[in-house]
Design a protein around this ligand. Structure first.
Ligand code: PEP
Length: 251
């Protein structure tokens, strides 16, 4: 059976290592019973060393919330190679909160390329704004974002890519509403077809598609019923009780 993938995006939270420890101790206490789920936690960069120690001998894998596309004279940045050497396996790329800060398709393309070349797992976030959804342009937006992010990427490297469909209007910090299970399923099929058309049936079959946007312990069964490969969880991943219930739903 294919393992589900559950990714915690802690964003710019919590504020102290002590709080990180509290969340992790509770998750670790309960995670032993969880089977068949790949759990990834993406903390702020500053907490990666602490997290790496804390998750030793657990099922949790290290993730990052972003990366720059190379090393060198780039003040304030972190390179893919640094993350890889440190033990980070998954990297969220093109999150809508970064796009809002000015990250464009070209930059995202460079990031995806460097991560795939290092055999890391980029989690490419795509999704339409409220305005685009109202104009029924969600498929157009997602197609453009995916094709732009994968421009000139070698097909042979795509095995490690993960797509997260995250409608911007559904993200909890935007006071988002959960996307309906039917709409998640329709988008999943659309993405599969897009991959088949552009990269072939084998890749389309293999590509993992996650959903993200206001997922919590109360709606996780509904989200799961859309037949996705896992979820990207923001707000609810900071609450260990809620996060464990989300993991249990896939276990
Ligand atoms: C996110 O921003 O990646 C996300 C999924 O957030 P939330 O779960 O809080 O909507």
């Amino acid at each position: 059976m294919k393992k589900a993938l559950v990714v915690a995006n802690w964003k710019c939270n919590p504020s102290t290592e002590r709080e990180v420890g509290k969340i992790l101790n509770e998750v670790k206490r309960q995670i032993r019973k969880i089977t068949n789920v790949q759990v990834v936690i993406c903390p702020p960069f500053l907490f990666l060393p602490f997290l790496r120690e804390k998750i030793k001998n657990t099922k949790i894998v290290l993730g990052a919330q972003d990366v720059f596309y190379q090393g060198g004279s780039f003040t304030g940045e972190i390179s893919p190679k640094m993350l890889k050497k440190f033990g980070v396996k998954y990297v969220i790329t093109g999150h809508s909160e970064r796009r809002k800060l000015g990250e464009d398709d070209q930059i995202i393309n460079k990031k995806i390329k460097s991560l795939l070349e290092l055999k890391m797992n980029p989690i490419l976030c795509v999704g339409e704004t409220k305005e685009m959804r109202e104009k029924e342009k969600q498929f157009e937006v997602v197609e453009r974002q995916i094709l732009a992010a994968l421009r000139n990427v070698k097909k042979t490297l795509l095995d490690n890519l993960i797509i997260a469909y995250e409608p911007v209007w559904a993200i909890s910090t935007n006071k988002g509403k959960l996307c309906s299970s039917d709409d998640i399923m329709t988008m999943k099929l659309f993405i599969k077809q897009l991959f088949e058309k552009n990269f072939g049936a084998k890749i389309s079959e293999k590509i993992k598609i996650l959903y993200g946007g206001s997922v919590n312990d109360k709606n996780i069964q509904l989200v799961r019923s859309a037949g996705i490969d896992g979820v990207l969880v923001g707000g609810a991943s900071l609450n260990p009780q809620k996060f464990i219930l989300i993991l249990k739903a896939f276990s």
